[in-house]
Design a protein around this ligand. Structure first.
Ligand code: SAH
Length: 206
């Protein structure tokens, strides 16, 4: 997976490649999908959601570029895979999920794999971010929003806080990197992507 899907297709950050090589992806997919856990595709998880394709996880992590000790907000916990990758890079992660079943399973799974101290899983509407924990060094959103949520922009740290988020229509989005410097937010488009919707106050209606 690391050589043929990630390195060969442009993922350069060795820390990201190393984390993706170390984390057992089969522990994050339903049992009947374990044989294809490392396939080059998103896979279904409970509650009608998906665990993102490995390349997308790597790309979003590379764009977020978390440094050890950074405080990172991960929105859309799903299986917990992305949160674990961020933790392997040394980030302290708060992960928010709106589906109770997924939040509960991810919490147990992450604790079993030894991430209990580094990742906190919370139930709630992540489209509003987490103002109590702000400012965040990084915010990663693994679900599609109709526009960059103002709450998330405002919760970025003013000295280079980074937000990675798919923005666009329900069936097609662009992956954006937003970097905050003071009260200036620089936006970069990283290309087309397809994500499940961010459902919430600053996302799509349920
Ligand atoms: N990062 C996950 C994949 C996430 S799929 C992984 O590594 O497995 C997107 C997730 O976002 C789904 O689990 C969905 O339930 C969740 N989601 C959608 N809207 C949300 C919201 N407003 N707040 C928190 N989670 C949300």
């Amino acid at each position: 997976m690391v050589e043929t899907q990630l390195r060969a297709r442009g993922i350069r950050d060795d820390r990201v490649l190393d984390a993706m090589a170390r984390l057992p992806r089969e522990r994050f997919v339903p049992e009947d999908r374990r044989p294809v856990a490392y396939a080059d595709e998103a896979l279904p998880i409970p509650a009608g959601q998906t665990i993102s394709q490995p390349w997308i996880v790597a790309r979003m992590t590379e764009l977020l570029a978390p440094r050890p000790g950074d405080r990172v907000l991960d929105i859309g916990t799903g299986s917990g895979y992305q949160a674990a990758i961020l933790a392997l890079l040394g980030a302290r992660v708060t992960s928010i999920e709106r589906q109770p079943e997924l939040a509960a399973t991810a919490r147990v799974r992450l604790a079993e794999l030894g991430f209990g101290d580094q990742v906190e899983v919370r139930l709630g509407d992540g489209s509003l971010g987490d103002s109590v924990g702000a400012p965040w060094d990084g915010i990663l959103v693994a679900a599609a929003a109709p526009a960059v949520p103002v709450s998330l922009r405002d919760q970025l740290s003013t000295d280079g806080g980074r937000l990675v988020i798919p923005v666009g229509h329900l069936r097609r989005q662009n992956l954006l990197l937003v970097v905050r410097r003071g009260d200036v937010w620089e936006e970069r488009d990283d290309g087309p992507v397809v994500f499940v919707p961010l459902v919430g106050e600053e996302g799509f209606p349920g």
